[in-house]
Write a protein that binds this ligand. Structure first.
Ligand SMILES: [Zn+2]
Length: 270
């Protein structure tokens, strides 16, 4: 599928299976006809709706997001609604599955974060308490925190790195929803490894994997320039959006501490 291909309205064929269509839905596969690009309404509906679809659909989404994430994003953005789970639904579903796995394995998510990401070595009791406080906040707001990155990433992709692509801001939200959602698989594998063998995937490894995965995702999504260019822009988008969110979090944290001086006391060394 390319951006220059004639629309299904011109060809009179379903964008998913190429069947000739004249009805609002393809008689063969159920794809809406004509295919519509994204709107705010679609995104909001996806937020409210429960993730639905068959097991086959879900397994195909998982498999293809692993081997060809950019093509999954592209299919959705170009209007295909029957091939994969929808991006917001998939994102929320994967976080939910991750939390269910943690709960079934009886792993305290805060302890897991403490072990796998942020070293608590060399902290005094008060700092360890603060560390735990922050991790508890992350743990109980995990959906919101993962979600917070997405508007920034889409904005940076649309207005900084891929200004010339003809994708809208909303189109650019699809990739981070799918890819952020999919990366929960790494956490799920790590949680299982942690329970079974006391092994976990180290933070640095997840970070490198995430960068490569995002770069790879953009090579399949943005096809009007070379894959190498798209790859490094994808990596750049992820790094810049992380930085922006980190700076905003620091400012927010600073303002919070100003209003809660007792936390400042906790941070001071004995
Ligand atoms: Zn069809």
């Amino acid at each position: 599928m390319t951006q220059t291909q004639p629309s299904d309205r011109e060809s009179g064929r379903c964008i998913n299976c190429q069947q000739e269509v004249s009805t609002p839905y393809c008689p063969q596969c159920g794809q809406p006809y004509p295919a519509e690009r994204m709107s705010v309404g679609h995104v909001l509906a996806d937020f409210q709706g429960r993730p639905y679809g068959t097991r086959g659909l879900f397994l195909r989404t998982i498999k293809d997001l692993t081997v060809k994430p950019g093509e999954v994003v592209r299919a959705y953005v170009m209007g295909n609604r029957v091939l994969y789970n929808r991006p917001v639904g998939y994102f929320l579903l994967m976080i939910t599955i991750m939390l269910i796995v943690a709960s079934v394995l009886q792993i305290d998510y805060v302890t897991f974060l403490q072990v796998s990401s942020i070293s608590a070595d060399g902290l005094n009791d008060h700092q360890a308490e603060l560390n735990k406080y922050v991790l508890q906040f992350i743990s109980s707001n995990i959906k919101l925190i993962s979600l917070a990155l997405i508007p920034f990433q889409a904005f940076i992709a649309r207005y900084l790195f891929f200004r010339k692509s003809d994708f809208s801001y909303l189109d650019h939200t699809v990739l981070p929803f799918y890819l952020e959602g999919h990366l929960n698989l790494v956490t799920i594998i790590s949680l299982i490894g942690f329970r079974v063998a006391g092994f976990y995937i180290p933070f640095w490894f997840t970070t490198i994997l995430t960068l490569i995965y995002f770069g790879f995702g953009y090579t399949g999504f943005i096809v009007h320039q070379s894959k190498i260019k798209s790859f490094f822009k994808g990596v750049g988008i992820f790094i810049v959006s992380q930085l922006v969110v980190a700076i905003i979090s620091l400012i927010a944290g600073f303002l919070y501490i100003l209003n809660h001086p007792e936390i400042l006391e906790m941070m001071k060394k004995k």
